[in-house]
Design a protein around this ligand. Structure first.
Ligand code: GLP
Length: 243
């Protein structure tokens, strides 16, 4: 695993955006796996800035997002569909037809997860997968204790994730209880993985995930076994790993 230490959130975002833009420049028709959460917002802002300067062209890029809440319509401002349009898709020249987010409004989980997995396969897999890190070590919405071998599937969100995400909703009761997410197996099949972390409240989980044992109790720990992972973190998030 390559680890890059950034001075602060802005520097982390700039470093991460550099890796993504290198991918787009080297392979204009690449498949980007994208993530939501607060961590990657600055990365998307930086990509938009470079796009506005004329340095980046997304016209041939295809995207597949990691996850989506089950039961939230796309028009809900907390859906990940909405998030992606707000922070990236509506701000660059990406073809909306080439952007993909699991359809949270499909009630048949098996059907939607099968469709999504097949879609990723038909695209030839993900060239570069961007990830954030949940406080409990989740990636996408793969919660602790789930089997590593899973493909895209429906998950019951843990109390701690509902707690962490309730700040975006009117109350914890409004946070959806389920989500569709790429599985660990799907994520591990990406050719390259870029994980972004910031803030002191991620320092403990960064240490456990990347310097502790590989265990389904800490889903991100599996990334230790991937052969092309880059971790970009600010000083606060990397504080416990002596880098
Ligand atoms: C959510 C998302 C994850 C994300 C995580 C961390 O639950 N499903 O993909 O990585 O939260 O979010 P944040 O970056 O806001 O800490």
């Amino acid at each position: 695993m390559k680890i890059y230490k950034a001075k602060d959130y802005k520097d982390m975002s700039r470093k991460a955006a550099n890796i993504i833009s290198a991918q787009v420049i080297m392979k204009p028709n690449c498949v980007l796996g994208l993530a939501t959460g607060s961590t990657p917002i600055g990365t998307y802002d930086q990509l938009v800035e470079w796009y506005n300067k004329g340095d980046l062209d997304f016209s041939e890029v295809t995207t597949v997002n990691l996850d989506e809440y089950k039961g939230l319509p796309r028009t809900n401002d907390q859906s990940y569909y909405y998030f992606m349009h707000q922070h990236l898709f509506d701000r660059v020249n990406i073809d909306p037809e080439r952007t993909n987010v699991p359809n949270g409004m499909e009630p048949d989980a098996e059907k939607e997860c099968g469709r999504y997995e097949e879609l990723i396969r038909s695209l030839g897999g993900v060239d570069l997968q961007l990830l954030g890190l949940g406080h409990n070590g989740h990636i996408g919405f793969n919660e602790p204790g789930e089997a590593f071998e899973k493909e895209t599937h429906c998950v019951d969100l843990t109390e701690s994730t509902i707690e962490a995400n309730k700040r975006f909703f009117a109350s914890a009761d409004d946070v959806p209880k389920q989500a569709y997410t790429m599985g660990i197996k799907t994520i591990m099949q990406a050719k390259k993985i870029l994980i972004v972390v910031n803030g002191e409240n991620k320092a403990d989980i960064v240490e456990r995930a990347f310097f502790g044992p590989v265990t389904p109790e800490v889903p991100a720990s599996i990334l230790q076994l991937h052969n092309d992972v880059t971790l970009v973190g600010d000083e606060a998030a990397l504080a416990k790993i002596g880098i």
